[in-house]
Design a protein around this ligand. Structure first.
Ligand code: THU
Length: 131
């Protein structure tokens, strides 16, 4: 996997972020098992709660195109900070990804990033196995 390429894709995605309320722009790039990349940005709403994070936008685009296996996601924001996905996005990742293999790439900039397994970010998650 080319981590820096995935981060670059996330920065491209961020350009389309719709965040007039928070002013906080997020981009994500999701890598499938087949090597395709789906981009996503956050999409806010005047009613606030319908807001969709960049990570979920990328997932929902990919799932709706028939993708079911994922390797990694890169996430970038406006600040020079490692952007950690929110709890709702972690839950969505848990639905579709192997927590012991799926890599979450949190990027500060194009070359400075941290990689965590989903399992590390979201331990003891509720999943299909609990039903
Ligand atoms: N946001 C994301 O898109 N991803 C995250 O991981 C954290 C938060 C968005 C939601 C909202 O549009 C803005 O950032 C401020 O919370």
């Amino acid at each position: 996997m080319d981590t820096e390429k995935l981060i670059e894709e996330a920065y491209e995605a961020k350009k389309y972020s719709y965040a007039p309320y928070s002013g906080f722009h997020v981009g994500a790039a999701l890598l499938t098992a087949g090597g395709k990349i789906y981009r996503g940005c956050n999409i806010e709403n005047a009613a606030y709660s319908p807001t969709n994070c960049g990570e979920r936008t990328a997932f929902f685009k990919a799932i709706s195109e028939g993708e079911r296996e994922f390797r990694a996601i890169a996430i970038v924001g406006d600040k020079e900070e490692y952007l950690s996905p929110c709890g709702v996005c972690r839950q969505v990742m848990t639905e579709f990804c192997n927590p012991k293999e799926f890599q979450v790439i949190m990027a500060k900039n194009h070359s400075d990033y941290r990689i965590c397994l989903l399992e590390e970010l979201f331990p003891k998650a509720f999943s299909q196995e609990n039903l």
